[in-house]
Design a protein around this ligand. Structure first.
Ligand code: NAI
Ligand code: 15L
Length: 278
């Protein structure tokens, strides 16, 4: 993979949370050139040991004091860490509600300038497939996970309007190597476009608090491109190239998964505590 390297990066220490996860591994190499030092954090071990300009700083986001230490000296954050699928409420709450509160509060104490927050299309997962959705439209989360991302976007607003920390909230679609199914023809974000979008979210001037959808240039997309021009994001890839290959992969006709934008997440939950029958 080629990595564009800025000879004089504008960011001193950049923190990447969720660095051991799927997208953390995709972004790690591309972020190295955007900063003088890349601090990598996760609660599980990194796949590769830290390189010359990297630091490994393991941390559980549910531990407030540990997150305060994690943010010390950090100028900007790419916040990917947390539960990334629909799960029981208590699990989501620790990582995605407490975790995002700890992160923003520690950022305030550390004087961090900007947070790029990995939000999700599941904030609006209960809109019908085919409907056009814009970040200004009312949220329609499809589960506790979607609600937790909405909470993160709320924290981003609070810490911008009260404390001047800029945020770009990326409602990422389906960030996989190739689109997995027909839904993915609308929601796909290629890894190359993800890297470009995150770089743009880190470097665009004066973003304030911006919410935008993160997808490639998919002709079948449901989400508006609001915010892309402000960031200078111009996607290079399109899911259309996979239409013949995956267009037949659909959810059962008439099911909420086939009807609503959140797809398979509509088949998960609600979760009852173990032992309770209804
Ligand atoms: P992932 O599940 O592979 O990675 C998330 C990472 O967060 C994991 O390495 C996990 O160990 C870490 N983590 C979880 N709880 C933690 C805690 N309490 N403390 C510290 N670390 C914790 O997810 P993926 O696919 O890499 O996604 C990254 C982010 O992007 C997530 O926030 C996800 O919600 C968001 N996103 C991803 C999409 C995708 O298509 N992959 C689509 C929309 C949003
Ligand atoms: C997400 O928010 C999830 O983190 C990811 O695993 C995918 O399922 C994606 O959304 C999606 O909707 O395809």
């Amino acid at each position: 993979m080629t990595v564009d390297s800025d000879p004089s990066p504008a960011i001193g220490t950049l923190l990447l949370t969720g660095a051991a996860g799927t997208l953390g591994r995709v972004l790690r190499a591309s972020l190295a050139g955007s900063c003088a030092r890349l601090r990598l954090s996760d609660r599980r071990p990194l796949e590769l040991p830290p390189g010359e300009h990297e630091e490994d700083h393991p941390c559980d986001l549910s531990d407030r004091a540990a997150v305060e230490r994690l943010l010390e000296g950090v100028e900007a954050v790419v916040h990917l860490g947390g539960v990334s699928v629909e799960r029981p409420y208590e699990e989501i709450a620790r990582a995605n509600l407490d975790g995002v509160f700890h992160l923003y509060e520690a950022a305030r104490l550390a004087g961090t300038r900007r947070v790029v927050f990995a939000s999700s299309n599941h904030v609006t997962g209960c809109y019908p497939q085919g409907a056009s959705v814009d970040p200004a439209d009312p949220p329609r989360p499809d589960g506790y996970y979607g609600v937790s991302k909405l909470f993160g976007e709320g924290m981003a607003q609070l810490y911008w309007f009260r404390h001047g920390i800029e945020s770009v909230c990326l409602r990422i679609g389906t960030a996989t190597e190739t689109p997995p199914d027909r839904r993915g023809l609308s929601t796909w974000l290629s890894h190359r476009d993800l890297q470009a979008l995150v770089r743009a979210a880190l470097t665009a001037p004066s973003v304030g608090c911006l919410v935008t959808y993160g997808i490639s240039a998919n002709p079948a997309r449901w989400y508006s491109d609001s915010g892309w021009a402000a960031l200078g994001y111009a996607p290079q890839d399109s899911a259309a190239a996979w239409a013949d290959e995956v267009g037949h992969r659909v959810f059962p006709e008439g099911s909420p998964m086939a009807r609503l934008q959140g797809g398979s997440f509509l088949d998960l939950g609600p979760f009852e505590p173990a032992g309770r029958s209804s």
